[in-house]
Design a binder for this molecule. Structure first.
Ligand SMILES: C[S@@+](CC[C@H](N)C(=O)[O-])C[C@H]1O[C@@H](n2cnc3c(N)ncnc32)[C@H](O)[C@@H]1O
Length: 268
């Protein structure tokens, strides 16, 4: 089974091609748009140097290091379902006593109520079975007066420069591959429904303007291959759409755009 980025993050340990997952996470983490929303989302947590912070579904652990810079006298705990990614995150933070990485399912975090000053999740609710339950867990482990933040894409805003009908079908299929494609736009309600007072909400555009870069993030070629396999578009239609995307790239006209919402709430 070939690795597909729309659903591969649900169970990273089971995917055939770990490198593809790691390449995507690394690539995204180096994009200025991504760095910008991550730093700004951390600012919304109003951290003090001695705070205890949880990063739920921490992936390779980049944000553990970012968070720790804000809480040099505190603690940062990362949780992730994947043993492969937990191992990678542990390697990244090795030697840093203020950071710990644990393997855990975000739907049931083994921590007492009110343990953390701040709890965040980043681009992961889009993949999870029950995002409402995860946010309720995040709210549970936050202390009264603490902050809970989520940064998630709204795939309903996804744009790709291939206006033809086959291109639209490919795009719709990619978006449908996510468990919760509209979660970015639902975050305010999901946090508020968990009793959190909304204190920040901002949207960061993620603009990618080269075909090869967009392929690393949006898995354009694998998506097209799957769509052909499933009979959603013909082989010729998929090839024509890919050629048109490559031609717009060669002409310096390619772009892909996605909105990422960050919503932060305060626990009463
Ligand atoms: C797109 S990655 C985001 C990683 C990281 N937050 C970042 O910004 O780079 C999604 C992460 O969710 C994790 N994940 C998926 N299902 C999970 C679950 N049920 N509980 C905890 N983590 C989960 C994956 O292993 C992966 O690390």
């Amino acid at each position: 089974m070939r690795t597909f980025l729309a659903d591969g993050f649900r169970n990273v340990d089971a995917v055939a091609d770990d490198d593809k997952i790691v390449r995507c996470l690394n690539f995204l983490d180096n994009l200025p748009d991504v760095r910008a929303y991550k730093e700004r989302s951390i600012d919304t947590l109003r951290l003090r140097p001695d705070c205890r912070v949880a990063d739920v579904a921490c992936g390779l652990g980049f944000d553990l290091l970012r968070l720790h810079r804000h809480v040099p006298d505190g603690r940062v705990i990362g949780f992730d379902l994947s043993s492969d990614l937990v191992a990678a995150a542990r390697r990244l933070v090795a030697g840093n006593d203020g950071i710990e990485v644990r393997q855990a399912d975000a739907h049931a975090i083994d921590e007492p109520e009110g343990t953390y000053d701040a709890v965040r999740i980043d681009r992961s609710l889009q993949h999870l079975d029950d995002p409402k339950r995860v946010v309720s867990e995040m709210a549970r482990i936050a202390r009264s007066g603490g902050y809970v933040s989520a940064s998630e894409p709204d795939w309903q805003t996804f744009r790709l420069t291939a206006g033809d009908a086959a291109g639209e079908r490919l795009k719709a299929e990619w978006v449908a591959g996510f468990r919760n494609p509209g979660i970015g736009g639902a975050l305010v309600d999901v946090l508020a429904d968990n009793g959190l007072e909304i204190v920040d909400h901002f949207v960061q555009p993620l603009l990618v303007n080269q075909f090869n870069d967009a392929d690393v993030v949006f898995d354009i070629q694998e998506n097209a291959r799957r769509c052909v396999e499933r009979g959603i578009v013909s082989r010729d239609q998929a090839a024509a759409t890919l050629n048109s995307l490559r031609a717009s790239d060669a002409a310096g006209r390619f772009w892909a755009l996605l909105s990422i919402h960050t919503v932060t709430g305060r626990k009463h």
